[in-house]
Ligand binder design. Structure first.
Ligand SMILES: Nc1nc2c(ncn2[C@@H]2O[C@H](COP(=O)(O)OP(=O)(O)OP(=O)(O)O)[C@@H](O)[C@H]2O)c(=O)[nH]1
Ligand SMILES: [Mg+2]
Length: 329
């Protein structure tokens, strides 16, 4: 797929801010070929010392809550302030819904045309695990390329926001006016992950409902055990369409980052994330190796069939596959 890659010069070009190199680097880490994986690891090794110097913000919320519109507004505000902004999407559902990535691009119309911005949708046809792995690695690459604000958008209906909260410094939850989280298809656990809640569409007819919803959440959040003793989760009503309060939202984000940096929580969180990353990399790599093993492949269909038919227990079949794999190594 990517012949004759010279990792050293690719890395140098990425560090130089070469956009085509950036695209190629990300394509390399997204490649499923085992040979490419080794190159990807080498590339990440070269870039890692230059990564980490950004604020990583996760933006989650129910479908249609206005996440992309918010990112468009915040991204443009940040660029006006001299920042460089990367937008990554964690959206394994895009394989089902089809066009959501294209939709996002059009919703980030101005942002996507600016040279200080880089927008990368998640690769289609990937499982959540795959998308999460790629997003984490892509984050390192865009940071090395000099992007100092990384915004990660995810649809808040499943497991993906937990993944995103594990790779970002701050987790924003975007809600619609009216109704609690159960009505919006948001699980309670997700509200507990939030470092800030934004009730969007506080404009026109939905302005008053947005303010009421914000007040409800403010009350509800007071009852939750705070994640940090140093941070009371703010609940803001907001309109991404008019974007008037975008600078205020950014100020809150900065205040959060400064508070967490001063208390030591930011570096503690990043250290914990690095440890967790190591373990998911171990899991992903072992599973990759196992799935690419020839003998395992030969037995796989048969065992899957036996499990489906209830002839073999899943546990026994898993052990059998692992035994086959280990015997050969
Ligand atoms: N009235 C109003 N509409 C908004 C606002 N923000 C977004 N919208 C509209 O809501 C719809 C969804 O906006 P998106 O930004 O695509 O929402 P999203 O959360 O990214 O959607 P998905 O990625 O599909 O989950 C679009 O039609 C927007 O124009 C807002 O502040 N006020
Ligand atoms: Mg979107």
């Amino acid at each position: 797929m990517m012949p004759n890659i010279d990792v050293a010069s690719l890395s140098a070009a990425v560090l130089n801010g070469d956009r085509r190199a950036l695209g190629r680097a990300i394509t390399l880490i997204e490649s499923g070929r085992p040979g490419d994986r080794q190159l990807a690891r080498e590339l990440l090794d070269l870039l890692r010392p230059h990564a980490g110097d950004s604020i990583r913000i996760g933006v989650s919320g129910s479908p249609g809550a206005g996440k992309s519109t918010f990112i468009e507004s915040l991204g443009n505000h940040l660029i006006d302030q001299g920042h460089r902004v990367a937008v990554l999407a964690v959206d394994p559902s895009s394989t089902i819904s089809g066009g959501s990535i294209l939709g996002d691009k059009t919703r980030m119309e101005i942002l996507s045309r600016r040279t200080e911005a880089f927008i990368r949708p998640s690769p289609s046809g990937e499982t959540l695990g795959g998308v999460a792995r790629h997003t984490r690695e892509t984050m390192q690459i865009v940071e090395a390329a000099g992007f100092d604000a990384v915004l990660v958008e995810t649809v808040g209906v499943g497991q993906s926001e937990t993944e995103v909260s594990r790779m970002t410094d701050m987790f924003l939850l975007m809600l619609l006016p009216g109704g609690g989280d159960e009505l919006q298809g948001i699980k309670r656990g997700i509200v507990e992950l939030a470092d800030m809640v934004i009730v969007n569409k506080a404009d026109g007819d939905t302005k008053a409902p947005a303010q009421r919803t914000a007040a409800d959440y403010r009350n509800a959040l007071h009852l939750l055990h705070p994640r940090s003793a140093n941070w009371q989760v703010p609940v803001e009503s907001y309109s991404a369409i008019d974007g008037n309060r975008t600078p205020e939202i950014w100020n809150i984000i900065c205040r959060f980052r400064d508070t967490m940096a001063e208390s030591g929580e930011l570096s503690a969180q990043r250290a914990a994330q690095a440890r967790a990353w190591m373990w998911s990399e171990v899991t992903d790599t072992l599973v990759d190796m196992l799935k690419h093993d020839k003998t395992v492949k030969q037995q796989l269909k048969k065992l899957e069939k036996a499990v489906t038919a209830g002839e073999t227990s899943p546990v026994a079949a898993a052990q059998k596959l692992i035994d086959i794999f280990l015997e050969k190594n």
